[in-house]
Design a protein around this ligand. Structure first.
Ligand SMILES: Nc1ncnc2c1ncn2[C@@H]1O[C@H](COP(=O)(O)OP(=O)(O)OP(=O)(O)O)[C@@H](O)[C@H]1O
Ligand SMILES: [Mg+2]
Length: 305
């Protein structure tokens, strides 16, 4: 090639290369955008729950489920469950892991809507209530507690930012938290880490019980902590739960034999169905999941000693 052609070739090859390089970059970007748009569309297509019911205050707090069914995707998790929870009673839900206990309690408190049948509070379908009107009546204490990166006092008065300090301390005392809070460097003003990292599991759960005591809702939904609480903590925890559940309607996923035994009604859930239902004495008379559950708990208790 002569010199002129060579120079033209070099310049144009740079130009072409720059364009190809751009095309490569943009095509990668386009793929990313495509994935993002798909994800956004999936989120937008999520069916929304209608939470705009009426602002009704129930007079009684009986809860019933009539032939309810529910599936997360295709697999039915709850199928044909009918039950009645009279007000001011304790209902313990027990059963094997994965049987549907958490799902059932979520349906009873309208975390999700049932696919079939209906759940009612005070003989009215829960879907008739607005979400705010319904949730006013419930307090939840979960097994895995979430605490905010804020002071202990604000974590307890969560949802009622104007609540006076005396009320916060009163609730903390009832939930057996006061003593350990006073031992912290700044007492009630101690800031706990994100997720409450600096407290033990039992302490965190007691704080969430103090929060529920402050709310003083007539219905308590409780997922009892399992054996991973040490005996000293356990005694405090039981006291706190007793204080919280006095005179309330209680739905409790129970693991501890003592709480199960004292319940007014025990519902054994297995494979999404009610396998057994009755009081402790009634269920102990038939050979079934419940009796096996009790026997295994007794064995576990003697193992702990
Ligand atoms: N968000 C979800 N999406 C899809 N499937 C789920 C979801 N939550 C639970 N499941 C499935 O539903 C079934 C019942 O789960 P659920 O949590 O109600 O059981 P559980 O009785 O509370 O069990 P555990 O005693 O272990 O807490 C399980 O097979 C579980 O895999
Ligand atoms: Mg569960």
């Amino acid at each position: 090639m002569d010199l002129l052609t060579t120079i033209i070739m070099i310049i144009s090859s740079y130009l072409i290369y720059a364009q190809l390089d751009n095309a490569g970059k943009y095509s990668a970007l386009l793929r990313t955008v495509d994935v993002c748009v798909k994800q956004a569309q999936e989120i937008l297509a999520t069916p929304q729950m209608d939470i705009s019911g009426q602002d009704i205050q129930p007079e009684h707090f009986d809860i019933s489920a009539e032939n309810i069914g529910f599936a997360y995707e295709k697999r039915k998790i709850i199928d044909g469950v009918t039950l009645h929870i009279p007000e001011h009673t304790t209902t313990a839900i027990v059963g094997p892991s994965g049987g549907g206990k958490t799902t059932l309690t979520s349906l009873l408190s309208r975390f999700w809507d049932v696919d079939e049948g209906k759940v009612s509070l005070d003989s009215r379908d829960v879907r008739e209530y607005s979400m705010d009107a319904l949730m006013r009546n419930y307090s939840f204490v979960f097994q895995r507690v979430y605490l905010f990166a804020d002071t202990i006092a604000n974590n307890i008065r969560f949802g009622q930012p104007d609540a006076p300090m005396e009320k916060v301390i009163d609730a903390a005392k009832k939930a057996c938290c006061h003593d350990f809070i006073m031992q912290l460097p700044d007492g009630y003003d101690t800031v706990i880490g994100e997720g409450g990292a600096s407290l033990s599991g039992g302490e965190k759960q007691r704080i969430s019980i103090a929060r529920a005591i402050m709310k003083d809702a007539p219905i308590i939904v409780l997922d009892e902590a399992t054996a991973n609480v040490d005996p000293e903590n356990e005694a405090d925890l039981m006291k706190a739960i007793d204080e919280l559940t006095r005179e309330k309607t209680i739905i409790m996923i129970a693991h501890r034999l003592k709480t199960v035994r004292n319940a007014n009604q025990i519902i054994v859930i297995d494979g999404g169905h009610i396998a057994q239902q009755g009081t402790h004495d009634e269920l102990m008379q038939s050979d079934g999941i419940y009796r096996r559950f009790v026997e295994s708990r007794r064995e576990a208790a003697s193992w702990r000693l």
